[in-house]
Ligand binder design. Sequence first.
Ligand code: PMP
Length: 399
Amino acid sequence: MTASFVSSRYANAPGSPIRELKRFSERPGMISFAGGYPDPKLMDAEGLQASLAQLQAEEFAKALEYGGTEGDLSLRVELALLSNERHLDARPEDVLVLSGSQQGIDLLARTLLNPGDAVLVEAPTYPAALSAFRFAGATVHQIPMDQEGLDVAVLEFALATYRPKVLYTVPTFGNPTGLTLAANRRRAVVELAVRYQCLVIEDDPYGELYFDKPPPAPIHAARNAVEGADEVLIYLASLSKTMAPGLRIGWMLGPPAIRRACVLAKQVDDMHASTLTQTAAARYLKSGAFQRHLPILRESYRDRAMTLFGALQVQFGNRIEMPEPQGGMFMWGRAPGVSAQEWLAAAIEHGVMFVPGSAFFAEDADPAFFRLSFATQDVTGIQEGAARLARSMRQLKLR
Ligand code: PMP
């Protein structure tokens, strides 16, 4: 059997539950609240196209060559500027360009972790990060959250008990909860990380997508404010949710020795992010079009989020528990007494999808949790989708 050639790490590993749901989302008429996939209609395709079209023949030819592993300098300049708007005090040479922030998670898992090392993550967390840490042989422990993010007291207990090498967190409009870590807790996380010498991987693809009020500064902003913090804080960001995911561009800031290890891993991985998309992104950022487009995105996602939140309140009343979203792409709910897995099966028959919450936990969890993304559907689709969700839940109760 050829399957026996597959290494033990990959042989019995589950695939990404969200990516595997994608085939249902391709059914005609399906309304998907499942993936955190930005709506292509909200991407500034024209602006991006223009930034490539304006390249002179010579510049275009340059964008077809191999590039340096750390990334194209003109893009690193723009990403440093973007980082500094988030109070991160980065220089171009501090930026490692990634083929999507997903690659950053994987490079860090591969370069930092030895088999058996402990990693802390939020409960619930981003499943592809869970997989990356597990492929690296790490033991993953989950820290509970409340409405203000990670529970800092449990975090301290876990730091003292497991002596983890890494804490992975999505502290701003997180995936899957949409919740944001409160500013005072951000400070506490940094102090604990320094005290227990635990690296913090802060994954921040959603921070720009706030609806009304900007979120607190990233955890990474405390790098120069707390002694020793610069040695333990790592920051990952992405253009996927705000520009276009198909560009596959993300970036990393962090201690030079760690970035260097990631460069070595990247040299044998993809060598460098696509020069063509780096050139397009750099041009687009430099033109100012990105900053002009962001408010449109924020407003569109706010409209969608409020439409979905409102429609669910009308359809379900207090049969589901769900905090009001403040930004990002996700709403995290709980339907007491319902198995979200069974509900999903009924929902698919009704032409609507979401992700059952179990996908986001490292261990067994309350089956009543579910995640909805309001990013992909327009307002009309969202209203119809919410009605289908209600119908499928009624059918479930009759079984
Ligand atoms: N981190 C989180 C929390 C995400 O939700 C995603 C995308 N779903 C990623 C990383 C990966 O994003 P990308 O590789 O497209 O930058």
